[in-house]
Write a protein that binds this ligand. Structure first.
Ligand SMILES: [Fe+2]
Length: 383
């Protein structure tokens, strides 16, 4: 038995941003708060959103103070901004951070508790959050279709998840034209995150025939388009296919779950305040290397999809070859993965290992993951 649920309506295609206003009206919006960050404003993307909303007669307020790893404090401030505007909808515009923050702000607009009191428990908040529309500007997080929102608990230096069906976006407006200006290093990091969602979902504990079909499609799209999107950011087809891969991967992962690559990476990201995609790229070969024994056939299949010729390999060699394929991908994309220069040090290992095992993605990993395993993996990253 398995359950597959995809609640978010997806509007995909070039210039679909123009449909945002009419779609928001259909969902009952009159006063919306757009949650974004300063980079998105500078890139001129907020203007496109405002244009469409204003043309439909919707009153727009903007909260553009979201950090790269959104903090609990920002969600509280954003919730107040939404109440001041009498908002009836939150729109998240940007990469994973503003979209996750939009979901958190939707909760905090209608609830008085602390952010920390709501993490890691399904729909933990007493009052229903405001409805959310998400508009991704990177091809990576898939936050536009997920029921989770990461938040950095600033004082504890740890990232935790808010999750539940009530914060899953009602609508995702997925417009590849919004990703055209993304710099190549961010295209690389976020693209690897998209591939990782698909790969982890493919081998996760609750993977099922529907999530597998989606994961395989997302892996094929990323394998065929990620290098090209990084190299030639103006290639419309590559951009479009990467954004499609990103969205599909998280529809798969919402059903199947993720695994220890995310457990390890989110711990590093929260502790050292690293971009999510970068910490994923660093941990990707190690976490998958750990999981090979649990799903060797699927790992070999991914390796072939990434371009490895496994015809002369034993089954074990074919499975193992996916680790090399992931390392080659990082190198081709010029992702800087020297952990020491990113702040990682031995003295932090015990707390990092503990946090990663406690991460919300650990329970859906296909192989048991404990503090000893986490310590060994982090040590091998340092060496
Ligand atoms: Fe991710």
């Amino acid at each position: 038995m398995f359950n597959f649920d995809a609640k978010t309506s997806v509007l995909f295609g070039f210039n679909t941003i123009k449909e945002l206003g009419p779609e928001a009206i259909k969902l009952g919006a009159k006063n919306v708060l757009v949650v974004t960050d300063k980079g998105i404003v500078q890139a001129g993307l907020l203007e496109k959103v405002k244009e469409s909303l204003n043309a439909s007669g919707i009153n727009v307020a903007v909260f553009d103070g979201i950090e790269p790893n959104p903090s609990d404090k920002s969600l509280v401030v954003g919730g107040q901004a939404a109440r001041d505007h009498q908002a009836d909808m939150i729109i998240g515009l940007g990469g994973g951070s503003p979209m996750d923050a939009a979901k958190g702000i939707a909760i905090m607009t209608n609830n008085d508790g602390t952010v920390e009191s709501y993490v890691e428990v399904l729909d933990a908040w007493p009052n229903t959050p405001l409805p959310v529309i998400c508009i991704p500007t990177t091809a990576g997080t898939g936050a536009e279709v997920s029921r989770a929102a990461m938040v950095n608990l600033t004082e504890k230096k740890i990232k935790k998840a808010l999750f539940g069906a009530t914060i899953q976006p009602q609508l995702a407006v997925v417009d590849p034209s919004l990703t055209l200006g993304l710099p190549s290093h961010l295209t690389a990091q976020t693209g690897v995150d998209a591939l990782c969602h698909a790969f982890e979902a493919y081998i996760a504990k609750f993977s099922n025939p529907i999530s597998d079909a989606l994961a395989v499609e997302a892996i094929k799209l990323a394998a065929a388009n990620l290098r090209e999107a990084v190299k030639h950011g103006d290639n419309l087809e590559a951009r479009s296919n990467m954004l499609l891969a990103s969205t599909i991967a998280v529809i798969s992962a919402s059903s199947a779950g993720l695994g220890v690559v995310h457990s390890l990476a989110q711990t590093l990201g929260g502790f050292y305040n690293l971009p999510h995609g970068l910490s994923i790229a660093v941990c990707f070969p190690y976490g998958i290397g750990y999981n090979l024994v649990a799903e060797p056939e699927k790992c070999a299949h991914v390796s072939r999809m990434l371009g490895t010729d496994t015809s002369n390999m034993s089954d074990e060699e074919a499975a193992n070859s996916v680790v090399a394929a992931l390392r080659t991908l990082n190198a081709d994309l010029e992702i800087h993965d020297d952990l020491r220069s990113l702040g990682f040090q031995e003295a932090d290992l015990p707390v990092l290992a503990k946090y990663s095992v406690e991460d919300g993605n650990t329970p859906t990993n296909p192989r048991v993951f404990d503090v000893d395993a986490a310590t060994t993996l982090y040590q091998s990253m340092l060496n």
